[in-house]
Design a protein around this ligand. Structure first.
Ligand SMILES: *Cc1c(COP(=O)(O)O)cnc(C)c1O
Length: 219
């Protein structure tokens, strides 16, 4: 089932779009099944769970942290995490830099941008990102690389609303790209909205339930 779902998604994916298989709450066996079907990028939203899976699974897997990040947990994944999607404070960037330095690594990060109407979604405003990217402090953080942005749309069936939110982030991304050459990743789109996200500029989708089935508890 997992292999078939993966194949289905990949067959419709434009070449420039990367698929992150979101395996949070799913057992090792499910991830191994996806791995056997050639999937190499997996997303988790809890550091502890990701570390356990990293330890148990093949080492050529690229692990993406997609959830809201607690600063005191960064140290547990700094030796292996490939990309951190949901960075939403400067303090967190500093902590990632500090932990990456200990392992002599440069950790790639995406800044989370608040695009949804819902109050609960984390993230920076466009103005905050503009000032962070051109700040002096950011240049001093040698062990992180800000490679793009991540956004989560409002949870809705209203396609027009999704288009508005995704395209606003895409427009912002394009403008920032013309100033900052390292920006190459626009992470937007999940099981319910990834087609709309891709139509509106996404280069990386984070898909969980569509591949692995529904999660028993939603976090
Ligand atoms: C869980 C999660 C996803 C995947 O959600 P699905 O609806 O299962 O595809 C994507 N992004 C983030 C940040 C998540 O927490």
């Amino acid at each position: 089932m997992i292999a078939k779902n993966l194949q289905h998604i990949k067959s419709t994916l434009p070449k420039n779009v990367t698929l992150v298989a979101v395996s949070k709450t799913k057992p090792i066996a499910d991830i191994q099944e996806a791995y056997n079907a050639n999937q190499r990028i997996f997303g988790e939203n809890k550091v502890q769970e990701m570390v356990e899976k990293y330890d148990a699974l093949p080492k050529d897997i690229k692990w993406h942290m997609i959830g809201h990040l607690q600063r005191n947990k960064v140290k547990y994944m700094a030796h292996f995490v490939d990309l951190i999607h949901g960075v939403d404070s400067f303090k967190t960037l500093k902590e990632i830099n500090k932990q990456a330095e200990k392992h002599n690594r440069i950790i790639k990060c995406l800044l989370q941008v608040r695009i949804a109407k819902e109050e609960t979604k984390f993230g920076f405003t466009f103005e905050e990102i503009t000032s962070i990217l051109s700040s002096k402090e950011i240049i001093e953080l040698k062990n992180i690389a800000i490679v793009g942005f991540m956004g989560m749309a409002t949870f809705t069936d209203d396609k027009q609303q999704l288009i508005t939110e995704f395209s606003s982030l895409n427009n912002f991304f394009k403008i920032q790209q013309s100033h900052h050459q390292k920006l190459s990743v626009l992470s937007m789109g999940m099981s319910g909205d990834y087609n709309v996200a891709i139509e509106n500029g996404s280069t990386m989708i984070r898909v969980g339930s569509f591949i692995f089935g529904n999660r028993n508890y939603n976090i």
